[in-house]
Design a protein around this ligand. Structure first.
Ligand code: ASP
Ligand code: MG
Length: 437
């Protein structure tokens, strides 16, 4: 059995949702759907208004969204019977959302509100399949998808409960919600923004799927960021490691966490385009294509922290003391470069920056730089090969470079620059590494 996931834009209009139905009608698969595009953002805004106690504004937004769904269903469905079912379903979800405008608003209410997007999109999709006479079963993600106390997927729970759910209903085609799950307390939670890809991969691993397909609105992973650079091209195949690096360092097409569960079980991931279903897309698998440069990606919102200390000279344990501080504040580190008297570290989460800075200041002189980007070049740079570094830095000769990390893995060279130079850097690399002008 396959797992096939469709993102928000793929189900973003009644017309597109119908196309998705055509694509999966004859499949033996679990279909994972995101919320209709724009919905999770709208629900996030409603939650923000409720945190601020702006109840009237929140009610107004809820009504606005409800109206959009009313016109969505009238275009999606034609039979009176299905229309009535769909309208009742939508009304009940929206009155649930509306009920949170009355009382104290906490993170639990927020998570319940955020879950409604996927619950609605999957229910609508199933009503449409029913109308078309396509047999399918709806698997409630809240009955099998779960995270543990460390917010990591509880794979044992997922596998066993999913198996049970699959046995409860007989069909070749199953539909389920991406993104949503329960937490260790059994409360409604989610896998963070963009988490539907992760759902697909976790399900794929749990059922040992033959493949996982992630359908979006672009024809696979590109060699460079198509939003920033012209003349990018789709990559035919990627290794899991390359895909994980690219997803983490800014390629928005895939949630970075979604590579690992598939990699562990050796399940190929295909990135496909709903607008051009006949195009091959990108295959992510174990085998690596022989090539030097695969792709570049960039991640913004990076802060660099430099810690300079004479005490580091010839000392051991200094790095541990630094890492300890980041660990205590649950702040992941992306890039590290060291010299004998200083360490530079980048982070993308500034939530605890002040506290981290304060604690680091006991270890040495601390310097903070914000508004940086990590440009990540992914490829195969084996320790024996020559010239890759040269080609990268030749391309970037006119870009001021803040940090370089080479050799951490054979697949990645990371370069930290000021975000204002990002576009120039990506264009220069497109030219210098891929001959794309
Ligand atoms: N609907 C969620 C979001 O917009 C999850 C997803 O689409 O992957 O982030
Ligand atoms: Mg996505």
């Amino acid at each position: 059995m396959k797992v096939i996931k469709f993102g928000g834009t793929s189900v973003g209009s009644p017309e597109r949702m119908k196309k998705v139905a055509d694509l999966v009608a004859n499949e033996n698969a679990i279909v994972v759907l995101s919320a209709v595009s724009g919905t999770t953002n709208a629900l996030t805004e409603i939650a923000q208004l409720l945190y601020k106690n702006e109840r009237n504004l929140a009610k107004h937004s809820i009504q606005g969204l409800l109206k959009q769904y009313h016109s969505f269903v009238t275009e999606l469905l034609s039979s009176e019977q299905q229309l009535t079912k769909a309208k009742d379903m939508i009304e009940s979800h929206f009155s649930h959302i509306d009920s949170f405008t009355e009382d104290l608003f906490t993170i639990h209410e927020e998570k319940t509100i955020l879950a409604q997007g996927e619950l609605i999109s999957t229910a609508l999709f199933q009503l449409y399949l029913e109308e078309k006479g396509i047999n399918s079963c709806l698997l409630p993600a809240l009955d099998f998808m779960r995270i543990d106390k460390d917010l990591e997927p509880d794979n044992y729970y997922i596998q066993h409960n999913l198996e049970r759910e699959l046995k409860l209903c007989h069909s070749k085609l199953y539909i389920t919600q991406g993104y949503i799950c329960r937490n260790v307390f059994g409360e409604i939670d989610n896998l963070k923004r963009g988490g539907s890809d992760y759902t697909a991969s976790l399900i794929g691993a749990a059922i040992q799927a033959s493949e996982i397909e992630i359908w979006t609105d672009i024809d696979g992973m590109h060699n460079n960021d198509p939003r920033v650079v012209d003349n990018t091209f789709s990559i035919e195949s990627l290794s899991y490691d390359e895909a994980a690096e690219l997803a983490y360092f800014g390629a928005k097409i895939l949630h970075p966490a979604s590579v690992y569960p598939a990699q562990l079980r050796g399940i190929p991931i295909w990135l496909k385009n709903t607008m051009e279903p006949n195009k091959l897309g990108t295959k992510i698998a174990k085998e690596i294509e022989e090539r030097e440069f695969t792709a570049v990606a960039a991640k913004d919102g990076i802060t660099a922290i430099k810690i300079k200390s004479g005490r580091m000279l010839l000392a051991y344990g200094f790095l541990r003391k630094i890492f300890d501080i980041f660990e205590r504040y649950k702040t992941p580190i992306d890039v590290i470069t060291t010299s004998e008297v200083a360490v530079s570290i980048t982070i993308d989460d500034n939530t605890n920056l002040d506290a981290i800075q304060e604690e680091l200041s006991y270890l040495g002189e601390v310097e903070i730089n914000k508004n940086l980007s990590i440009v990540c070049v992914v490829g195969n740079f084996s320790h024996e090969s020559m010239g890759s570094g040269n080609q990268i830095f030749d391309s970037l000769q006119n870009i001021p470079i803040r940090m370089i990390s080479y050799g951490g893995s054979q697949h990645n060279v990371s370069i930290v620059i000021e975000t204002e130079y990002k576009k120039d850097a990506l264009v220069a690399l497109n030219n210098g590494l891929f001959n794309q002008n």
